[in-house]
Design a protein around this ligand. Sequence first.
Ligand code: HEC
Length: 143
Amino acid sequence: MEPSLRYLLPRAILTIVLLTILIAGCSNNGPTNGGFSVNPNSPLDWTHTIGPMLNAYCSACHSGPAPQSGFNATSYNSVISHVTANGNRVVLPGDPGASELLSRVKGQGFPRMPPGGNIGSDNIQAIEDWISNGAPENLSSGN
Ligand code: HEC
């Protein structure tokens, strides 16, 4: 191998490897990172489905001592009782159309949540069904 090639080739390969890692990292880097898939065998309630879902997609910004817009997405009571800056309930049990949670994840009327992301149609459908069913906290008789 020519001396200059022996010098350049490993560097070229290293550059390609590093770029590949960087690009893969970036495309994965949105707020939807982590993700959540509805388990059809789990009860459609806060404890088993909606809580873990919002934890995966929302808690990065909506938890802790200073959540975005004062909205804490990590507890049932705060999600059920929160009134948004637009004067809407985040969740109005039984009325998905009046629940800003649904319009936010659909990106209808308000900036989509998570910003720049999309939780996917199965998760959106689960939120809609959960609210239609009265937004129960825990349907299982056990815990
Ligand atoms: C990367 C940070 C980030 C993530 C992740 C995020 N949000 Fe937000 N959220 C914001 C910001 C910033 C605002 C304030 C701007 C606005 O109202 O659009 C906001 C506002 C909101 C509001 C309005 C609250 C109010 O009191 O006015 C709701 C509801 C909301 N987010 C729900 C969600 C839900 C549900 C998720 C997860 C599916 C989520 N957000 C994920 C940053 C985030």
